[in-house]
Design a protein around this ligand. Structure first.
Ligand code: BV8
Length: 283
């Protein structure tokens, strides 16, 4: 069990501590958007039951089978753009409005936190966004932000007869010529503007987080709906602790001795749906 002097599930002690906290960092993962109906990475079900989401979120997967990877991301774009922010997104946005020293570091690419009204200067998307598309040609710097087209090409139109949860339907074999191509250089294949495994995180986002980190001690780190297994994002938990932060984990699954992000212990452990818990503990 973690080394804590109070009941780790006690919301009142958390709320009392939150009241006296200014510099707070929330690290969020796929579990934040689960109640909005978006599959988590570990639970990426449906059409992707036959494929491991982690194995598709890589540059090699895209080179090997751009058709499969584009169908994976097109389905996730369609799901994300149709989803609604849930009470957890709204609670974090409200905290950010109330406290300018609070930042959210999100690993999610679904765009639900911005749509929940989270102040952009206090939201750090370390893994990019599904609504960003960019050219893969080394000679072209085309990038488009905020593209919410449900079908970037006719071949990627949502399949009405097939819900994205239809595990039986195998991905179609879309020819590369029918995949999204760059409107600027016309020859480059477009890709989703997300950070794949093996790719660096956006330098400007990392430096903004580092700047915030260096601004002084940190009172509280909220670890919300994430396995804390993906680095370097998971490293922010330990960095906050080094700056004096207490840690609260909000997760559907809480094992007895969470080793999230190399953290030996957490001060609060709130087990359940963050869409239920966050509005309660952040009010
Ligand atoms: C890099 C975008 C180097 C794409 C994603 C140490 C240091 C640095 C790197 C590494 C390292 N060790 C290993 C690495 C390599 C790798 C890595 O971390 N691998 C892991 C698997 C060990 N990291 C990288 O490759 C990173 N790049 O390091 O580059 C470099 C340096 C210089 C030059 C070149 C290269 C890039 C990592 C980013 C990958 N991209 N996303 C996309 O979305 O398609 S990460 C992706 O997977 C998601 O964004 C997400 O972050 C991650 C899955 O994690 P979770 O968010 O935790 O989601 P998951 O489904 O796993 O879990 C959901 C959780 O929610 C569960 O705990 C569940 O219980 C809970 N939950 C569910 N429902 C609810 C809930 N909780 C509350 N309420 C609910 N309702």
């Amino acid at each position: 069990m973690p080394f804590i002097e109070h009941d780790p599930t006690d919301m009142n002690s958390f709320k009392a501590y939150l009241k006296q906290s200014k510099r707070i960092l929330a690290l969020c993962g796929a579990g934040l958007s689960a109640s909005s109906g978006l599959a988590t990475f570990r639970g990426a079900g449906g059409l992707w039951k036959t494929h491991d989401a982690m194995s598709l979120a890589t540059p090699n997967a895209f080179v090997k089978d751009p058709s499969l990877v584009w169908q994976f991301y097109s389905a996730r774009r369609q799901a994300a753009f149709s989803a609604k922010p849930n009470p957890a997104h709204l609670a974090l946005a409200a905290l950010a409005v109330k406290n300018s020293d609070f930042i959210t570091v999100t690993q999610n690419v679904d765009g639900l936190s911005p749509r929940a009204g989270h102040p952009p200067l206090q939201l750090q998307p370390v893994h990019g966004s599904l609504s960003t598309i960019k050219c893969t040609s080394v000679f072209c710097n085309y990038i488009q932000y905020d593209n919410y087209d449900m079908a970037l090409t006719p071949a990627l139109a949502p399949a009405p007869e097939r819900s994205s949860n239809d595990a039986e339907a195998a991905p179609a074999n879309i020819p590369v010529s029918d995949l999204p191509h760059c409107p600027k250089c016309t020859t480059g294949l477009l890709r989703p503007g997300v950070v794949w495994f093996g790719e660096s995180l956006p330098a400007h986002v990392l430096s903004e987080i580092d700047e915030w980190m260096e601004d002084g001690p940190i009172e509280l780190c909220l670890v919300i709906g994430t396995t804390g297994m993906v680095w370097p994002a998971a490293g922010y938990i330990g960095q906050c602790k080094e700056k004096g932060a207490r840690v609260a984990i909000i997760n559907m699954e809480i094992d007895d001795d969470p080793m999230l992000g190399g953290v030996e212990y957490a001060d609060w452990l709130f087990k359940g749906d963050c869409a239920q818990i966050l509005p309660q503990i952040l009010e």
